[in-house]
Structure formats: C-alpha cells, structure tokens
Design a protein around this ligand. Structure first.
Ligand code: 5AD
Ligand code: SF4
Length: 465
C-alpha cells in the first residue's frame, strides 16, 4: 500500500546543474537557475539528490566535448537505477552536436541550445514522454527580465552582449551562440544596481567581443561610464575585448574612470601576420603592438593577458617563433595557450590539420614554459610594492590566509586579520611572488563602505578549501 506523504507532494523538483567552459557559460547557468527556480525547481549540490541533471557545456575545443561525454556516461549510471531521473545537455555543445548527441548519448532526455532557456520548464515537462531537442537560435534573445540566481560572492559577472559576428576561422562560437546582440543598457544598469544592493563590490561585464557592444546610441565606452556611476560598486572590469574594437574612446574611459581596473585580457592568438590572416582576425601584428603601446601609455599600471593558439592550419616553425618573439616583446602578465582543435562548421575545418599532434604538443610546452618565466619575472618585480586588494575569502592553500585580487587581477594571499573579511578592501605589501600569485603582508586596512561594517573573520573564512 502506498501511504500519502504530504511533505513529498509539496517538495519542489530538485535540479543539479554542472557548468563547463567560459565565464559566459557560468553566467548562463545562473540564468538557467533563475528560470527554473521561478518554475518551482530547487537547486541541489549532489547529482544523487536530483530529479533533473543538467550539464551546461562548452564546444570550443574537442577536449571539452570529450570531457562532457565521459561525465554523461557516469551520470547515466544513476539514471539506470532511477529511470524517472531526467538528464539534459545545455549550451554550446548541445547546439554544436544537436541531434547527433542523441545517438552518441542515448540516455539524454533533453538537448537545449543557448537561446532556448526560457522554454526549459516546458521542455522538461515534455521530456517525460520523449527526448526533446531545441537548438533554435534567436538573434533577439537577451534574457531581458530574467533574474539570474547569483552566487554569494564579492564579484559578479554580467552578460552585456550575446553571440559573435567575427567568424574567426578556427572558432565555433558564432555557430553555436549565434549573431551578436547587446542587452539594453538600462537592463545592464538595473542588474548592476541589484548586485550592489547584494553587497557585490566588483562587476565584470561579459561578451564574446564585449568592446564591440552597441545598443542604439550607446557604445561600450558609454556603457562602461553608466556602470561606473552605480553607487556601491567599487571595481569594474570587462572581458573579452577584441583588439579590433579597442577604440581610443574606450581607452579614454578606462583611463578616466577610477573604478575601471587596470587589467585587460586581449587575445592575440598568433604573432605571425600570415597566421593571423588565415585566422581572419582582422589585424596585423604591428597593429596589435601599437595598440598595446597606446594602452600602456594611457594606463601605466595596466596588466595584460592574452590567448594564443599553437598549431593552427599552416603554422610553420617560423610562424611559431614569431609568436614566441611577440610574447617576449609584449611581456604579457599571463597567457592562456591552446593547441589548435579543428571544429566542425568553422571556416578552417575543411582546411584540415597541417601540424601533427606531437608538434602541437611541443609548441604548447615551449610557449607555456616561456610564459611561466615571463609571468614569474613580472610578478617578482612587484615585490616591495603596495596594492589595494579586494578580499574574497579564505586562500585555497595555507592556514589562516585570505586571498583577493589586486587591481591588475593578480591573486594576492595575505594573513587573516581580525576585522577583515570578504568584500573588504585592504592595502597589502608584496613580499614574495610565483608565476601565478603574490604573497603579501597587510600594510593597512581600509574599512569597507558604510553598508558593510568590517566584521570578524569567521572560522569558515580561514579554514581553507
Ligand atoms: N582551437 C583551439 N583554441 C581555440 N580557441 C577558440 N577556438 C579554438 C580552437 N578551435 C581559443 C582562442 C580563444 C579562446 C577562448 O579559445 O584562443 O580566444
Ligand atoms: Fe570566436 Fe573570434 Fe568571436 Fe572570439 S571573436 S568568440 S575567437 S569568432
């Protein structure tokens, strides 16, 4: 006999959501949770507790897709024990592989692309009967009016632009995220205001080519100004700008607005003109160099990071040497370096691979080793200098240590101190450096803004992870 259990009847269906890939995906997962919570779902932290398991996926490189397929087959085991459990794939890989996914992963109930999330509650209901695939791209979808479920953090990411119109020859993003569209400036400002009320101190404006943002008369420089005017927000950043759209007026706003932090992730991809042209990046190496000079003149404290692809179609040893030379010359603070991965649908896909896997691996190692040495030298030069650090919480390693970011987005680790906690800005003096972080001592504490009284550091803050 089945007994009536009112608590079970009233229970909200539980959703477990795992996110892969870039910050845009992390921000999209917050949108998805906002949509599902409004529809009556609750979030759980373990897949075993869930009625619905969703993976928000990345398609940028083949490796990212392989990881997700591996994870899916693990999760499918849960489903064989609980057939009512629903398993869904969201995001870029869902868009990229579409129907083919149902063949590769027959245990999937749902495949939903990045422009379909408003229909998720309805799709989940339908998926009870048949697997459902919705990969409709929509050039108007900006998720206006959806309130994302934010994490409790001192920093929040705000999507200001979706999609990409650049069609770099190697990149699948324009095919899986669709055409470029800007979020209404008023909606961006409202979201930033709401974040300030939640005691978020730093916002990062997000878009695939964020500095190409335009909505009617408002361009990216103007949007930056509007966001900087929001009281309570202390630091403003943005990612990722495209070198082609890094205009004089944006640089002017960066220099004029004290809230805009002196750090830029400016993907260069290659140091060879031949390769840049084959990649359809729309700039030459000397134009990138000149841009870096303009930026460093206007913003002397600027830190720079970049993305580099090694082993693109046609890249020979000479081209690769030019990339290493550019890395030495620009002296990036850090770099994300990737082996070229051929992606279906892209312009370069049909050209094939001309660099062997072993050569790609060799170039990757050489470029990483060079960047590690450059990053270490740059960080060591900071020893003895003072920086303001926005405290985030307990440092990952180290007992009773806190960590936060300098204006240049470098991680600084310093001893936990009575009265200093997440959200507080402190002045630190750098005492040691590795290629990835700075060891620091407190130079002086500055109380947070009036609505955030300094508070004691709790055990949880300093226990480490
Ligand atoms: N192979 C390797 N790296 C890629 N990226 C984008 N597409 C590919 C690809 N097919 C890298 C670029 C981009 C970063 C987000 O990912 O460097 O800037
Ligand atoms: Fe991809 Fe190029 Fe668009 Fe960046 S600018 S998302 S690399 S197509």
């Amino acid at each position: 006999m089945t007994s009536f259990d009112p608590s079970r009847q009233a229970a909200r269906p539980a959703v477990y959501l795992e996110t892969y890939g870039c910050q845009m995906n992390a921000a999209d997962s917050q949108l998805v949770m906002g949509i599902l919570r409004r529809a009556g779902y609750q979030r759980v932290e373990q897949p075993e507790q869930a009625d619905v398991i969703l993976l928000n996926t990345c398609a940028i490189r083949e490796h990212a897709e392989e990881r997700v397929l591996g994870r899916l087959s693990d999760l499918a085991r849960l489903r064989s024990r609980r057939p009512e459990l629903k398993l869904g794939l969201l995001g870029c890989m869902a868009q990229h592989k579409r129907q083919a996914l149902l063949k590769k992963a027959p245990h999937l109930d749902l495949v939903a692309g990045p422009d379909t999330y408003c229909r998720l509650p309805q799709m989940l209901r339908q998926a009870s009967f048949d697997p459902i695939v919705d990969v409709q791209l929509n050039r108007d979808e900006t998720y206006a009016g959806v309130v994302p479920e934010y994490e409790h953090a001192v920093r929040a990411y705000v999507t200001v632009m979706r999609g990409c119109d650049e069609f770099c020859a190697f990149c699948v993003v324009p095919y899986v995220r669709g055409r470029e569209r800007g979020v209404l400036p008023g909606a961006v400002v409202d979201e930033v205001r709401a974040l300030a009320r939640r005691e978020v101190r730093e916002v990062v404006l997000l878009g695939q080519t964020v500095n190409a943002y335009r909505h009617d008369a408002v361009d990216f420089g103007e949007l930056l100004r509007m966001v900087c005017a929001v009281d309570g927000i202390e630091r403003v950043r943005f990612t990722s700008p495209h070198p082609r759209f890094m205009s004089a007026s944006i640089i002017e706003v960066m220099a004029a607005e004290p809230k805009v932090q002196p750090y830029l992730h400016l993907p260069v991809q290659s140091g060879s003109d031949r390769v840049l042209q084959a990649m359809a990046r729309g700039y030459r190496v000397d134009e990138y160099r000149a841009l870096v000079d303009r930026l460093r003149t206007a913003l002397p404290e600027l830190a720079l990071s970049t993305d580099i692809i090694v082993g693109f179609h046609g890249e020979d040893e000479g081209d690769f040497e030019e990339t290493l030379a550019l890395m030495r010359e620009v002296s990036f603070d850090s770099a994300f370096i990737f082996k070229y991965s051929r992606r279906e649908h892209t312009k370069a896909y049909k050209l094939g691979d001309t660099v062997s896997e072993a050569e790609k691996a060799g170039r990757l190692c050489a470029a990483i080793a060079l960047q590690e040495a450059i990053s270490l030298a740059r960080n060591q030069r900071l020893i003895g200098r003072q920086f303001s650090v926005l405290t985030e919480g307990a440092a990952r390693r180290g007992n009773r240590m806190l960590s936060g970011k300098t204006p240049q987005f470098k991680t600084a680790v310093f001893p936990a101190t009575h009265g200093v906690g997440p959200g507080d800005t402190v002045l630190v003096r750098v005492e040691s450096a590795t290629s990835h972080s700075l060891g620091a001592a407190l130079a002086q504490t500055r109380a947070g803004p009036p609505h955030a009284p300094p508070r004691e550091v709790s055990r949880a803050d300093v226990s480490g992870v």
